[in-house]
Design a protein around this ligand. Structure first.
Ligand code: MN
Length: 225
């Protein structure tokens, strides 16, 4: 509605000394299979909290830093302790950190996840369900999740102006989210028509190439300035 920057999502790229920039689509699945995703994820969380803490102390107008958390970080490590430590080390206001967990993972073991989400919530952070609409959601569980936000998967946004089906799904997710007192953010907005349509549907927030491509922290700071 305002066009203002409300937050940032921490993304990772691999600058390889010989092969150049390597896409996360290439190395994240590998990191997940080898277990390296655990130390990488830990580094990402700590680095993102540190960066956000610096930006907040400089007084920039930014509300939230979103950090993606992978399944193995939840099943193989103590995510709650990690988040707690990262917040303490960086003295970041917990209300400025949003942890994103994919719908596919959340629904894998909903009972276990509800417990974890409540423990994370108790730290004062925000929680979002990522890639919503693609992960076999159980609506019966959704109402028990202590979350703030649904992220409409980019696959629905991509063809939203092209056919009535994707528009209908996006509208349904927005309506569902609002009925549960959740905010809804659309992922992967690339065109103004998509933004206009989503806005008319009542979608609260948006992200994607229309607003900004992935950039370095330094470049993002220029944007905030
Ligand atoms: Mn995400």
């Amino acid at each position: 509605k305002t066009g203002a920057i409300i937050g940032a999502e921490a993304l990772i790229r691999w600058q390889h000394p010989e092969r150049g920039m390597i896409s996360p689509a290439e190395f994240v699945p590998l990191a997940e299979n080898t277990g390296l995703i655990v130390p990488i994820g830990e580094w990402v969380l700590r680095t993102a909290c540190k960066q956000m803490s610096v930006w907040k102390s400089k007084g920039y107008q930014i509300d939230v830093m979103a950090v993606n958390v992978a399944g193995p970080q939840i099943t193989r490590t103590d995510l709650v302790s990690l988040v707690k430590c990262a917040l303490a080390e960086t003295r970041l206001d917990p209300g400025c950190l949003e942890v994103e967990i994919t719908e596919g993972f959340v629904m894998h073991d909903p009972r276990q996840t509800i417990r974890l989400l409540h423990e994370l919530k108790a730290l004062g952070i925000l929680l979002a369900i990522d890639d919503f609409g693609t992960g076999h959601s159980s609506l019966a569980y959704l109402k028990h999740f202590p979350i703030e936000k649904l992220k409409v998967d980019q696959s629905f946004v991509k063809h939203i102006t092209g056919g009535k089906h994707d528009a209908a799904i996006a509208q349904a997710i927005i309506t569902l989210g609002h009925s549960l007192d959740l905010k809804v953010i659309a992922e992967g907005i690339e065109l103004e028509e998509q933004q206009k349509l989503l806005h008319s549907m009542g979608c609260d927030e948006g992200q994607g190439y229309l607003f900004g491509r992935p950039i370095t922290a330094k470049a993002f700071e220029q944007l905030l300035l």
